[in-house]
Design a binder for this molecule. Structure first.
Ligand code: NAP
Length: 247
């Protein structure tokens, strides 16, 4: 019987790569996001390679959608062994130009939703004798950056959430880990930088002189999801081409 992984934000970018990598590791993968068409593309890539995938649509910002998601995935696949809280949004503006409502929205999607979903999944994992929750953070959670205060706050928060839930649920053999990428060229980064001098400046500051690949993040997450990483919990693993070590 295959183990079951649920990935949020699996419609594109890093989340799609995570879903594909987990399928390569022989997980049945439940793919969640809002865009049905793009989720279907992710699922088609998985099934074309011989894997198993299901598609579930909804908004991580909506608690009811998350409750329904856990029930649907549990019904369909018989349980959940791995949860990857990957869905995220950013906000590139100076603090004075961000409304409190927008600050709360970013916190809601990037930090509150992972807490709500982890909390809903925890009893399912406990009943199966354990599980793994991987939160996708960011190097900005520890370094901070100008003009992105809601995002930096949410990503610092997810590291704290990881440490707290890891300690709370360790006795249930549920591991909670944060993976914090540096720059990876996806829609999130492309929107801001594509082809500009800023992009060149960013790359020049990465010791490896390139962006990370979504699959490089995904492969680390897939490995951490297996029992081979069975004693890793409560930690944040940075994957950024050496950038943070220089700051
Ligand atoms: P992306 O290409 O913009 O993809 C974001 C994903 O999140 C999409 O699948 C999107 O799906 C989903 N999503 C956003 N809001 C959602 C909502 N309300 N409900 C459900 N799904 C939602 O971003 P990415 O670069 O792959 O980022 C993935 C994760 O990596 C994020 O947590 C991000 O903070 C983190 N990260 C990225 C980088 C980077 O350089 N790219 C660096 C560090 C950390 P739909 O639009 O279909 O709903």
């Amino acid at each position: 019987m295959k183990k079951v992984a649920l990935v949020t934000g699996a419609s594109r970018g890093i989340g799609r790569a995570i879903a594909i990598a987990l399928a390569e590791y022989d997980f049945s993968v439940a793919c969640f996001a809002r865009d049905r068409e793009k989720l279907d593309e992710t699922a088609a890539l998985i099934t074309a390679a011989g894997g198993t995938a299901s598609v579930h649509t909804g908004d991580v910002g909506n608690d009811e959608d998350l409750e329904k998601l856990v029930a649907a995935v549990t019904d369909l696949h018989g349980g959940i062994d791995v949860l990857v809280n990957n869905a995220g949004i950013t906000e590139g503006a100076a603090a004075k130009n961000i409304s409190p409502a927008r600050f709360r929205e970013v916190l809601n999607i990037n930090l509150v939703a992972p807490w709500v979903l982890s909390r809903a999944v925890q009893p399912v994992m406990k009943a199966r004798g354990g599980g793994v929750i991987i939160n996708v953070g960011s190097t900005y959670g520890s370094t901070g950056v100008a003009n992105n205060s809601p995002y930096c706050s949410s990503k610092a928060g997810i590291e704290g959430l990881t440490r707290a839930l890891a300690r709370e649920w360790a006795r249930d053999q549920i591991r909670v880990i944060c993976v914090a990428p540096g720059f990876v060229k996806t829609d999130m980064v492309g929107d801001n930088f594509a082809g500009t001098d800023v992009e060149k400046l960013v790359v020049s500051r990465i010791p490896m002189k390139r962006f990370g690949e979504a699959d490089e993040i995904a492969q680390l997450i897939a490995f951490l999801s297996t029992s081979k990483a069975g004693f890793v919990t409560g930690e944040t693993l940075v994957i950024d081409g050496g950038q943070r070590s220089l700051i």
